[in-house]
Ligand binder design. Structure first.
Ligand SMILES: [Zn+2]
Length: 515
């Protein structure tokens, strides 16, 4: 647990909600402020146009992503593929001519899935026995050799669980399916559900996959045990199977046999990969951007977060290729262990130490390279994390106040000025159609530094399909549209360059969630 509040759902969300997706519900566009041209637009128009043209003509970034996906592939913390990816990433940065390329050593947890299965059985008329489409949740314990066989108890929400007595839950396999209310809400059942059910005596937990699309694809992702509760095995089932189990439990007793070999092994050495364009006037001041190099142990980690590390890398590489020399340093970082621990983000914070004041801005891309709409920045006036569903109330994904956009009256003068600058920078992005600025922005890897007041930014996208294949076997290269990838790269490159070169500095705000 880090310095962020140990309140379990909040901490779990910090580690698992990707940037760019935090405030978006399916199909809901962030409340964006339009671009407004101003002095920064005029000053950087020529450089920005060069960057945009180069980025939209560039195929190297996508080619590197294709190599990562097809030749290195999935790269969960503790795996040999992760080490291969780290070595390859450092080579890529060196070959691109970045300076100070290094791998910061970070110890990461090693969770091993092993073999796993789940079978549903009913008795009586129309009795069935069939396998379920499942994926064990990351960091779950196993079931033991014999597996666990128990009756399924369908529980729609945490509020419904709270209303049950321990006698009603004891010895059962709890199935959570609140319906789909957006990732911020649904992922809480995955992260906190196992311990909350165990607290009432459940022997195992199944959760509906955290997705809005039913394609018989189970979605994994990390759980987070409450150390004061018994650790019970937990798995995600496909949306279809969750709904079938729900129907069956309304007819009569339903049994599931769950078998999982999942276990932890000794922590492994891994690392954060980083490289720089050193600033010409203020080399000690840093604009940092990046994503996470680890993925889950399924699929290729293409959108999550191969697209993020490759788009941020290419954004920096292009600035170097064009011979642009920003006054401050631009650093690209491939953080490690975002998915199941956040060790990379914490190690980066430790590396920065007392020089935190020199981190000028932090940009994280971890929401997939879908069509970008603009940049999320700051999050002032709107909670960065969705609110937990109130007991008994249908989950909405976020507090109503977050939907109305930015309340400028709550901002300091420096914060207002920062939004003006961001709108002027956004005006440079008009040619590629990514010219909005919205409250929000951030990510779990940069969380430890943005909590200490470093201004947080992240791309905002249409957010239509990211959670369709997130954490599944289907997160493969074909899901990343090359033109959308280029637009993300182009946008990140202009934003990073201007932030690193402009006279002013954006306002940041320390997180109130710190202990
Ligand atoms: Zn991610």
């Amino acid at each position: 647990m880090n310095r962020i509040l140990s309140f379990v759902t909040t901490a779990a969300l910090l580690a698992t909600v990707p940037a760019g997706a935090q405030m978006q519900l399916p199909g809901e566009q962030p409340a964006g402020m339009p671009a407004v041209a101003g002095p920064l637009t005029v000053k950087y128009k020529t450089d920005a146009d060069r960057i945009l043209t180069a980025a939209m003509a560039d195929n190297d970034g996508y080619a590197a992503l294709a190599y990562l996906c097809d030749h290195i592939g999935k790269r969960v913390s503790g795996s040999p593929q992760l080490l291969t990816a780290i070595e390859w990433g450092a080579e890529l940065m060196k070959n691109a001519g970045l300076q100070h390329v290094k791998v910061q050593s970070v110890m990461v947890p090693k969770w091993v899935r092993g073999s796993e299965s789940a079978t549903v059985t009913t008795t009586g008329k129309g009795a069935i026995k069939k396998p379920l489409h499942m994926l064990g949740l990351g960091m779950s314990v196993g079931t033991g050799k014999d597996g666990i066989t128990a009756d399924v108890l369908f529980v729609p929400t945490f509020a419904a669980l709270d209303a049950l007595t321990p006698e009603q839950v004891k010895g059962k396999i709890v199935l959570f399916d609140p319906g789909w209310h957006g990732y911020g809400v649904n992922s809480q059942y995955r992260t906190a559900g196992p311990s909350r059910a165990a607290a009432k005596g459940a022997v195992a937990v199944l959760v509906r996959s955290a997705t809005g699309l039913a394609m018989q694809t189970p979605h994994t992702g990390t759980l987070r045990y409450d150390e004061t509760m018994p650790k019970v095995p937990a798995a995600a089932v496909s949306v279809e199977d969750a709904l079938m189990l729900e129907r069956l439990t309304k007819e009569g007793p339903v049994q599931v046999h769950l078998q999982m070999d999942a276990h932890m092994e000794a922590d492994q050495k891994a690392g954060n990969v980083m490289g720089e364009i050193v600033g010409s006037e203020h080399p000690e001041q840093v604009v940092v951007l990046g994503g996470h190099i680890d993925s889950w142990d399924v699929g290729q980690g293409a959108q999550d977060d191969g697209s993020g590390i490759m788009a941020t890398f290419e954004a920096v590489s292009l600035i170097h290729k064009l011979g642009l020399k920003p006054k401050r340093t631009i650093r690209v970082v491939f953080w490690v262990n975002e998915e199941n621990g956040g060790a990379g983000g914490r190690a980066y914070r430790e590396m920065i130490g007392d020089t935190i004041g020199d981190q000028v801005a932090a940009i994280e891309m971890d929401g997939g390279a879908e069509k970008p709409l603009g940049i999320g920045y700051g999050g002032f006036g709107a909670p960065r994390r969705p609110a937990a569903p109130a007991p008994g109330a249908p989950a909405t994904g976020m507090a109503p106040a977050a939907r109305g956009g930015l309340d400028m009256s709550t901002l300091s003068e420096q914060e207002k000025q920062s939004y003006v600058w961001m709108q002027e920078i956004a005006a440079l992005l008009k040619p590629i159609g990514t010219d909005t600025v919205s409250p929000g922005g951030g990510g779990s890897d940069i969380g430890p530094i943005t909590a200490d007041g470093v201004p947080a930014l992240s791309p905002r996208t249409v957010g239509l399909h990211y959670f369709d294949w997130h954490h599944t076997e289907a997160d493969t290269l074909d899901k990343v549209d090359p033109d959308d990838f280029k637009r993300n790269t182009a946008m990140l490159s202009v934003v990073a360059y201007v932030l690193a070169d402009m006279d002013g500095r954006l306002a940041g705000r320390k997180s109130t969630l710190r202990e």
